[in-house]
Each structure stands twice: as C-alpha cells, then as structure tokens.
Design a protein around this ligand. Structure first.
Ligand code: GLC
Length: 345
C-alpha cells in the first residue's frame, strides 16, 4: 500500500468515525425513550404528604402486576420536599431514601424502566427565589444516591412547573440543576418538561442546554379538561358542573388531539429531542365508555408520533387497577395495552 492510499484510508476512517459520532449523538435518549414505551404513574402514593395519606401504599405485587399486564416502565411521583430538612444542608431523610430505593429495586427486578421525579414541591411554585437553592441541593443528593444505578433509572426534575415558577425562571433553574446532576451522572437520561403544568402549548418557551443530548422532553395531556377532570374535587367546585361530559370521538374531538400531538412532535423534531407523554388520563367520575375511548385514542396517537407514555394513574381516582377488588379495569387496560387501532364503540 503506497503512502497516499494509506493517507486516504486514514482520512476515510476519521470521516466515518466523525459521521458515526454525529449520528449517535442523542441516540441514547431516543433508544431509552423507546424502552420507556408504555407506562403507568404510581400516583397518589409517594407524592402524598406522607405515603398512605391519600389511600395508596405501594406494594411489591403492584410492580409485578404492571409488568405482567404488558407495561414497560413506571413513573414514580415523589414529594421529596416533605422528607428533607427545611434549612441547609437540606438533608433528605435516610428512611425515605430507603423507601424510594425499594421502589427502584422492585421495578428493576421486574424489568421495568423507572422514572424518579420531584412532585408537589408546592413551596417552589409560590416562591421560586427562596426555594431554588434547596431544590438544587435535593437533586444533588438524589443524583448522588442513584449515580450507580443502570440507565433504566431516569430522573425527572419537576412535575408541572407553574404559578410563580414561570418559563424564564424554570429554564434557568433546570439548567443549573442539570449542571449539578451531570457532575455525578454524566450521561443519565433526564426528563424536563415545559412550564404551565407541562403544557405542550408552552414548548416554544422551553429552553434546554444545547450541549446535552441525554434529555427527553415530557408533556402532559388532559384535554378536553372538562371531560378528564369532571368531578375532580382537588381542582375546585366548578368541576361538579362538568359531570356527565362525554368523549364520543367526533371528528372535531379527534382532530384536536391530533393537532396538539403534531405540534409536540414537530417541536421534538426541530430540537432533536424525544418526547414523553408523562401524564394523561380521565377521572373515574367520567363514564367508562368515554374514558376507554379517549384513553385508547390518546395512547395510539402518542405512539404514532413516537412518544413514550405514562397513564395517570395506577390505582387511585383515575386508576386502571381496582386495588380493593384486586383486578384490572379491563376496558381501560385494553385501551392502554391493545395494539389495535380500533376504538371502543
Ligand atoms: C397532576 C397533579 C396530580 C393530579 C393529576 C391529575 O399530576 O400533580 O396531583 O392528580 O395531575 O389532576
């Protein structure tokens, strides 16, 4: 081989490595988003002020049931802020950490991917300036605790930023948090969602650090709200007057969902970010036919756009599982797990 051919080969090798590098940048986030696939929120347990206070205490069998039913992952809402010191160094209660360790261990032993989030940090929504430091310090401890976990453990910085934690403040806070988390977890996948309750309409305001590929963007979907939140007492009295609202799947209703999801998909493509639908669901006060119809339509549309998803939630008000009678609510389970594009009548 003469010297010029050797040089040519070397140049080709470098180019192919560079090409490979370019094409693999961000691939991990996309491939893990596929693995998240279809999931469930373990709602109303660890994000209650104290586990059990909202009627749900997590059990080993829940993780087994979720896996056996065909789900790929779980999202665990957690109220860390209620289990840590109010003042610096804001130490998280070791017993509470043990409880979250238990959830992670049981998820992994059932081959479920698991998202650890921060939920209901109410104080930061009312007074972000006073709580930013504590928020970051909490995440530093969580990141340290789970730095040796496999890639199947993911972090989600904050459920539904809203109120005084506006878009600008949230962009700044999430970037600062990411910088700290990256010191111990250089390439763990982190989920970050837009402001105003992870509203997909706010994606345009979301700014993510340009140099970090290991991010999945997460959005929530509860539209039409008067249907999904009819009789939802925690929202307010007005929800009583929404009782009886149906979702029949008219062309107009379907088009609204499709348009919203297309918007989120477009944003993901433009920013080269995978999209997760971290919450969607309809309250049990709605009629079951409408719930199943809406759930099936939303889940299939999300899949068509390449989103992973997490139904809200396992066994409380929106529950797909009836914990008192130890059985799945079949119309909802079928709506979630069915591979068919058929909609229930
Ligand atoms: C949000 C709230 C949660 C509520 C759900 C449905 O995730 O944080 O508490 O149950 O939306 O309203």
């Amino acid at each position: 081989m003469n010297i010029n051919r050797k040089k040519l080969l070397l140049v080709m090798l470098v180019i192919s490595c560079l090409g490979c590098f370019c094409f693999t940048a961000g691939d991990k986030a996309f491939s893990i988003n596929k693995k998240l696939g279809r999931g469930i929120n373990l709602g109303n347990a660890l994000e209650a002020p104290k586990e059990g206070q909202w009627g749900i205490t997590l059990r080993k069998e829940y993780l087994e049931l979720i896996k056996q039913a065909g789900f790929d992952s779980i999202r665990v809402p957690i109220r860390w802020s209620a289990h840590a010191e109010k003042n610096a160094p804001y130490t998280i209660d070791p017993n509470f950490f043990e409880r979250v360790d238990w959830v992670i261990d049981n998820s992994l032993s059932n081959s479920l991917y698991v998202i650890i989030n921060m939920h209901h940090y109410e104080e930061i929504f009312n007074d972000p300036n006073s709580h930013a430091e504590r928020f970051i310090e909490l995440w530093k401890q969580i990141a340290e605790q789970y730095k040796n976990q496999p890639d199947s453990v993911l972090f989600e910085f904050l459920n539904e930023p809203h109120n005084m934690l506006d878009d600008d403040k949230w962009n700044k806070l999430s970037a600062e948090t990411l910088k700290e988390v990256r010191k111990t977890n250089p390439d763990r996948i982190v989920l970050i969602g837009p402001g105003s309750w992870n509203n997909l309409g706010k994606l345009d305001k979301l700014q993510l650090p340009a140099d970090d590929d290991n991010i999945i963007v997460t959005i929530h979907y509860y539209e039409p709200f008067q249907f999904t939140h009819q009789g939802a007492s925690w929202i307010g009295e007005q929800t009583e007057s929404w009782l009886g609202t149906k979702w029949t799947g008219t062309d107009g209703q379907k088009t609204a969902v499709i348009k919203d999801f297309e918007k989120a998909c477009r944003w993901g493509k433009e920013h080269n970010k995978p999209v997760n639908l971290g919450e969607f669901g309809a309250n049990s006060k709605a009629d079951m036919d409408s719930r199943a119809r809406w759930t099936s339509f939303v889940a299939r549309q999300a899949e068509m756009q390449g989103f992973s998803w997490h139904y809200w939630e396992f066994c409380a008000y929106f529950g797909v599982y009836d914990k008192d009678n130890h059985k799945w609510r079949q119309p909802l389970l079928k709506a979630l797990i069915s591979d068919s594009n058929e909609q229930p009548d």
